[in-house]
Design a protein around this ligand. Sequence first.
Ligand SMILES: NC(=O)c1ccc[n+]([C@@H]2O[C@H](COP(=O)([O-])OP(=O)(O)OC[C@H]3O[C@@H](n4cnc5c(N)ncnc54)[C@H](O)[C@@H]3O)[C@@H](O)[C@H]2O)c1
Length: 270
Amino acid sequence: MANNLLKGKRGIIFGALDENSIAWKTALKVKEEGGSFTLTNAPIAMRLGKINELAKACDSEVIPADATSEEDLKNLFSKSIDVLGGKMDFVLHSIGMSPNIRKGKEYGDMNYEWYQKTLDISALSFHKVMQTAEKLDGMNEWGSIIALSYIAAQRSYPDYTDMAQAKAMLESIARSYGARYAKLKKVRVNTISQSPTRTTAGAGISGFDVFYDYAQMMSPLGNATAEDCANYITIMFSDFTRMVTMQNLMHDGGFSSTGITQDLIERLTK
Ligand SMILES: NC(=O)c1ccc[n+]([C@@H]2O[C@H](COP(=O)([O-])OP(=O)(O)OC[C@H]3O[C@@H](n4cnc5c(N)ncnc54)[C@H](O)[C@@H]3O)[C@@H](O)[C@H]2O)c1
């Protein structure tokens, strides 16, 4: 049921590749709650993905941008302001990619050029998005900016390799830019640390099914789905969370506070 939580608000949603993407579900939810937005993704992803389908459903314009390119980001913010008729109230950074993971590289055999690409795409791009927004004065007061993280920023996961450092950096950028943007413009900046979710990026991690099942057993509420995440992001874009900033918000069914669960004990003693 829609409550018009985002009525009159404008924004940019990065990272909707297909209907499984967290950004895809978020776009539908934000639209349902009355928000208007532009959609963006890397030019290559546009050719492979189905973003135009989503744009049609959301009555949105698609503006391609490689999130590592300052020029593309500048164009994205300027065009979004034109198309939507004003500055942004919300931005979702839902971007992650590691060439090392894609190519199946182990942590002791990293390609450092690719490592830097991982950091550039999955973390530094978040800084670039905010610096671009600041320089163009593209955010309204009390705006909300969210990026998506994973608990591998705090704990080791063998197959998450260089993405663990990217997520740690992403969360750190949220704190540093959050402090700055609060003072400048009362804009809040947070990361949401999401449960393992079956998407293109998620399923690209080897052993994904095992840690999905493990997290399911270790989360008293079970894994949070992409739809659950979209709901949480929507609340974070709304005026009900105006004083939340510089946080890494755990959205994981209780996983991060759990030692062991009865489910796991039963499985291991079977
Ligand atoms: N799926 C999970 O298990 C999980 C768990 C926690 C956090 N996350 C995070 O959620 C976010 C969204 O991922 P998802 O699971 O919806 O998968 P997804 O594959 O649907 O989305 C990742 C997006 O990043 C985009 N992208 C890659 N390189 C880009 C670039 N240079 N410029 C712009 N966009 C680029 C891709 O095109 C894609 O749309 C990512 O930050 C991911 O790390 C995912």
